[in-house]
Design a binder for this molecule. Structure first.
Ligand code: FAD
Length: 811
């Protein structure tokens, strides 16, 4: 065994094999894979191994396309051909119009990735799959490239190619300890000796947390038992001139594909079961869990009704194996939070289909720092400290029970809630607040007209439309109050703090005490990495000069890693997270100054406290830090309050607001107002796939500034000119918002992709942001939006159409 390698990948299932292969493809050959038993002996060997192109966002669709293309190429290799049923086709069934709406949206979104799904009716489903009944069926989504692959052969062929490129593979070699040296390198201690390396990758499937524990981390991954059975031969299949397409059914929660001359049917039963919660037998290798077909009888009935032939077909064998889940169903592929030189590719619940793509994106991240797509939807740092095993298993059960039921817009499922609350959550619930979940935090979405109010799940505007309109109106005319909990906030101190931040931001950081500034951080490729406000809090009896770095709620681990990993060894900078210690009360509207003046003794006039100021003060008797910043486009203040006095500050503000028509408002109103004002949202509109000029952030970049992360890459990019530009669109449609990912078309050509969409209630227009080809980015340019299957005219308009002179914010 080697004693040193550049990368050690631990685990020889599809995740590890794909990562190893793709590292060699990226040009790194000094790479090693270590497997405790034999390759594929975890979950991979018994996978049903379906390979679909369907995904819920463009990154997932893109990575699955990569898998499909790669698997096709491997299967066609004359030196080592593998069994891949490529392009059998597959149908996702639907029996409600709302499911069909969703499929139409996903088809529009996939089109932007050059993937062509078809929406078909029930008769067409039957024509393509002659074994089904059309009872209780509306239609479905047709994925032409759906298929299945031999998992063992797939892994062997990846390893064969990786070895040819210089990689080494050690099987029957359990990793038993990991140690990190001071310089960031790792020591991998195995039963057969040690290897030192620069980088480690955890690809250990259901044993993820055994290896996680070796490096002192706990990954939010839980395993579920999952069963399928294989039937005896079916005469109609034997006789058929073509293979049966795959089926996935959100009505009765099963999937089905052809296996030899019979069928393979897998179940997602309601009465499901977690696995391995209290540890895993070390000898569970190439192993299965005991069959328990009684557990799936609820689902079986639905499958029998859809495919009557099953009633007279015998079962040949049953497979029951562990499958890993995370909190939101997507895997964790990328840097391990809080660790240097450590990555993971874990929590794969559809790892055979997706594994090719995940290994590809992970290898790019390891070698280049970032992948070709924005990988936030699979980033391990998207969950923070609340993501423990108990919560993960609750969400895993819920997700398993809803395997083929995609989330509708604004749908927040109940398991594992409330995870993170403040002293106001119950108070606001008593005021009929409806909550959304943001990184575990319960945030007010809007105030319901009654406790019984339940809007329908839909891709159209729903019954909340007028409620949100009223909340916006009150913010515009009077004043509104909104709790923004979980907002990410770091306190940065130390003599080198500003020099350090100047290197991180692409515009000089405003150092003036009492002032607040917005800025952007780029990655090494010059693309948009993060957005943050910097507030310079002057020295007071509460502390020395402090810098508060504020960014999106979910960015805590992401931004903390990015910042701390860039502090030079000789720099004196300290970063402390205050995210869980403080909450913001957002006061917005023309009367917000009056409200503040009524509950605080400070002078809040614009002369004394102009826009973009920060000061410490008291709200009533609660110590607070107030910033005059606005995301709504109205005069507004962010009131940052320590959690222990949040309720007291809230009561003071409510009392002071009584005379000024103050009402509560929520996230949905904020979303509408920020789009009218042209403000962007991290990981919706601010993506690592675009540079700041493409994103329209020109005024936040100072290229003649000394140096900043990403500067030289950005300068190189500039010479080529922008590929796409972020624009604001008005949409000629009043029944539905534009949904993220939907495609913009000119004729048959996709020219852009929606990033955000919401009704602008103050301007009364249907607004969207989109990245569009740069030649379609001029104000007045017209194109068509594929909105839920309808072609709708849209037009590029000025960014931030509401109060473009800023007269309301500056009032
Ligand atoms: C019944 C069933 C049906 C499925 N059907 C499909 C499907 O149709 N399509 C699809 O895409 N997915 C499907 N899946 C899911 C898919 O099989 C998994 O997502 C995938 O196999 C996971 O691969 P992995 O590499 O992450 O994990 P594994 O295959 O479990 O590999 C992890 C490897 O790490 C090794 N390892 C662990 N600890 C150590 C250590 N300390 N030292 C060294 N090595 C170690 C293990 O021995 C193992 O080989 C199915 C799963 C099940 C259970």
């Amino acid at each position: 065994m080697k004693s040193r390698a550049r990368v050690v990948v631990i685990g020889g299932g599809i995740a590890g094999c794909s990562t190893l292969y793709h590292l060699t493809q990226e040009g790194w050959s000094d790479v090693v894979l270590i497997e405790r038993n034999e390759l594929t002996s975890g979950t991979t060997w018994h996978s049903a191994a379906q390979v679909t192109n369907f995904g819920l966002n463009q990154t997932m669709v893109g990575l699955k396309t990569h898998s499909i293309n790669l698997y096709k190429e491997l299967s066609d290799d004359p030196d080592y051909p593998i069994n891949y049923h490529h392009g059998d086709g597959g149908i996702r069934l639907a029996n409600t119009e709302e499911q069909m709406q969703g499929y139409r949206h996903f088809a529009s979104m996939a089109r932007g990735m050059d993937v062509h799904f078809e929406i078909i009716d029930a008769e067409e489903c039957l024509r393509r799959h002659p074994l089904i009944s059309t009872d209780n069926l509306l239609g479905g989504l047709w994925d032409p490239l759906d298929g299945d692959i031999d998992p063992y052969q797939l892994c062997q062929s990846l390893i064969r190619r990786a070895r040819k490129a210089g990689a080494e593979v050690y099987t029957d070699t359990p990793v038993i300890a990991l140690k990190q040296y001071e310089n960031g390198d790792w020591n991998v201690h195995t039963e057969k000796g040690d290897i030192d390396c620069d980088i480690i990758v955890n690809a250990c499937g259901y044993r993820v947390n055994e290896v996680g524990a070796m490096m002192g981390v706990h990954h939010p991954v839980a395993s579920m038992e999952h069963q399928y059975f294989l039937t005896e031969d079916i005469f109609a299949i034997k006789q058929a001139s073509q293979r049966m397409p795959l089926l996935r059914c959100p009505i009765s929660d099963y999937y089905c594909r052809q296996e030899k001359n019979g069928l393979l049917i897998g179940f997602y039963e309601q009465n499901c079961k977690t696995w391995g919660m209290d540890g895993i037998d070390p000898s569970f290798v190439n192993a299965l869990c005991p069959d328990d077909i009684d557990r799936v009888t609820d689902v079986l009935e639905g499958a029998f009704a859809r495919m009557p032939v099953l009633r007279k077909t015998g079962i040949r064998s049953i497979v029951n194996g562990p499958i890993t889940y995370t909190i939101d169903g997507a895997p964790l592929v990328g840097p391990i939070p809080g660790k240097r030189n450590a990555y993971c590719i874990i929590g794969l619940r559809a790892g055979l289909g997706e594994g090719g793509g995940h290994g590809w994106l992970l290898a790019q991240q390891i070698v280049h720092g970032e992948a070709c797509y924005d990988t936030w939807c699979i980033d391990p740092r998207r969950f923070t400290a609340h993501a423990n095993t108990e919560l993960t298993s609750l969400k895993a059960i819920e997700d398993y029970q809803n395997e083929f039921r995609f989330h509708f817009p604004h749908e927040h499922r109940p398991a594992g809630r409330p995870a993170k609350t403040t002293s106001l959550t119950a108070v606001l619930a008593a005021e009929n607040a409806e909550f959304a979940v943001v990184n575990g935090w319960e945030r007010v979405e809007y105030i319901k007209p009654s406790a019984e109010f339940h809007p329908s799940l839909s891709f159209h505007f729903d019954e909340t439309f007028d409620i949100v309109a009223d909340e916006v109106k009150n913010v515009r005319d009077n004043v509104g109050l909104c709790e923004v909990n979980g907002f990410n906030r770091f306190e940065i101190t130390g003599p080198d703090a500003y020099d350090f931040l100047d290197r991180m931001f692409c515009k000089p950081v405003n150092r003036k005490p009492g002032r607040v500034g917005l800025g952007y951080l780029l990655n090494d490729s010059g693309m948009v990495k993060s957005e943050a406000t910097i507030a310079n809090i002057p020295a007071s009896d509460r502390g020395e000069n402090r810098i508060w770095y504020g960014s999106a709620a979910a960015s805590e681990f992401h931004d903390m890693d990015w910042l701390t990993q860039h502090i030079n060894y000789n720099e004196k900078v300290q970063i402390k997270s205050l995210t869980n210690d403080q909450t913001i009360l957002l006061l917005a509207g023309p009367k917000s100054r009056d409200v503040l003046s009524a509950c605080s003794r400070e002078d809040w006039s614009k002369e004394s406290f102009p826009w973009l100021s920060v000061r410490e003060c008291f709200i009533g008797f609660s110590a607070a830090t107030v910033m005059s910043v606005s995301f709504s486009g109205e005069l507004a203040y962010e009131i940052h309050v320590p959690n222990e006095s949040l309720y007291a500050a809230y009561l003071s503000l409510r009392k002071a607001g009584e005379a000024h028509g103050m009402k509560l408002f929520g996230l949905r109103a904020v979303e509408s107002m920020r789009m009218e004002k042209g403000f962007l949202s991290w990981k919706a509109d601010l993506l690592t796939e675009f540079d700041p000029f493409e994103t329209g952030l020109d005024r936040f970049v100072t290229l003649d500034k000394d140096n900043f992360i990403g500067k030289s890459a950005l300068e190189k990019r500039l010479k080529k000119g922008p590929r796409q530009k972020l624009v604001t669109l008005s949409i000629d449609c009043s029944y539905a918002p534009a949904h993220r990912g939907a495609s913009l078309m000119v004729g048959n050509k996709v020219v852009g992709t929606i990033t955000s969409g919401e009704w602008g209630h103050r301007l009364n227009i249907n607004l969207a942001y989109a990245f569009v080809d740069s030649e379609k980015a001029e104000v007045g340019d017209k194109m068509m939006l594929n909105l839920l299957g309808e072609m709708i005219p849209v037009k590029v308009i000025d960014s931030g159409p509401y109060d473009s002179s800023y007269s309301r914010i500056l009032a």
